[in-house]
Design a protein around this ligand. Sequence first.
Ligand code: NAP
Ligand code: F7E
Length: 342
Amino acid sequence: MKKIALIYGATGQDGSYLADFLLKKKYHVHAIKRKSSSLNTERIDHIYEKNTKNFFLHYGDITDPISVNEIIHSVNPDEIYNLAAQSHVAVSFKIPNYTAQVNALGALNILEAIKSSKKRNKIKYYQAGTSEMYGKVQENPQSENTPFYPRSPYGVAKLFAHWITINYREAYDLFACNGILFNHESPRRGETFVTRKITIGLCKIKLGIQKKLILGNLYAKRDWGHAKDYVEAQWLMMQQKKPEDFVIATGHTHTVKSFIIECAKQLNLKIIWKGKGIKTKGYDKNGKCIIECSKKYFRPSEVDFLLGNAKKARSKLKWKPNFNFSKLVKDMITNDYEKLKS
Ligand code: NAP
Ligand code: F7E
């Protein structure tokens, strides 16, 4: 019998890669999309066109418990991946209440629906946790045992989802696990996250269709991996006999500025740097300013440094990333450059 997976957040970066991955593993995949005034299925259109027999789309919203119950009880999935979120940290400061409803209470809505299902002891649940829960880091590198200290409404809401997942596992004996994933990117990354903003911006500058790239804090450090590697880890967690929580990270950290430098190198674009902090500027070979910083993109409280320790995943899940930093940049740059050129 084919396994049935239900993906909340299937129209997003990770959800779309996970759907690709599970279909290759011969799953029946049920994906949730939200009603929106413009099309939001671009990342899964290629799947929908090819897989009419094993890919099913449902309208839904994680904040609506009636719909969550109805979908889970009718689809009867073996595995539920909760990747749905208001996933932008900076935006979470502007819409904190909404962020909490989606990222915190949304997870509770799914767990409640599982608890009231006849199949409750058979359904496996994955919660998309985040390194943002470490926030003002209490230890380096960060592992499953590092204390949390979130620095944004996004991080705080995700911490609720993390603990409610553990609570339902312990209280009701559900198979419920948390992935604590560090930043992961790809050609499908949302265009307002820093990596994609940089790859698109620099490609446009190289092609002469944008003059300047304006960013925020260039000195924050992140442990960046590739989304394709990270969805495999999500699936591996769900294949374990016992539900456990795992950190997924590359174990390498880079500043935003290093990400720009690597992109520029791969585009053969010379950047001359001048100034420090918010006054940092990047100039092209003709002395024209092509990169500068604006306060507009700084956050009320920042996460300065993240570096993950994924030893547990390496040993128990036998997981390791295939993409290193420069391979990740190459995949993103190549894709954006080709798209923009044509
Ligand atoms: P993403 O591209 O922003 O995708 C988020 C998905 O959630 C989209 O499909 C979105 O639908 C959906 N969604 C938002 N609100 C919803 C709601 N109320 N009901 C149902 N669906 C809703 O995010 P991602 O990068 O793929 O990340 C996937 C998950 O991992 C998120 O939970 C994120 O917080 C978490 N995470 C991400 C990273 C990372 O570096 N990427 C790291 C750690 C954890 P629309 O397309 O309609 O907006
Ligand atoms: O910012 C700095 C910014 O928005 C990274 C989400 O997927 O990963 C992501 O959250 C860093 C921050 O990602 C700009 O201040 C500078 O220090 O790409 P980001 P994030 O906040 O780390 C975690 C793990 C998640 O869970 C989230 O869902 O880059 N930065 N200049 C900028 N950031 C943005 N967005 N835009 C700038 O112009």
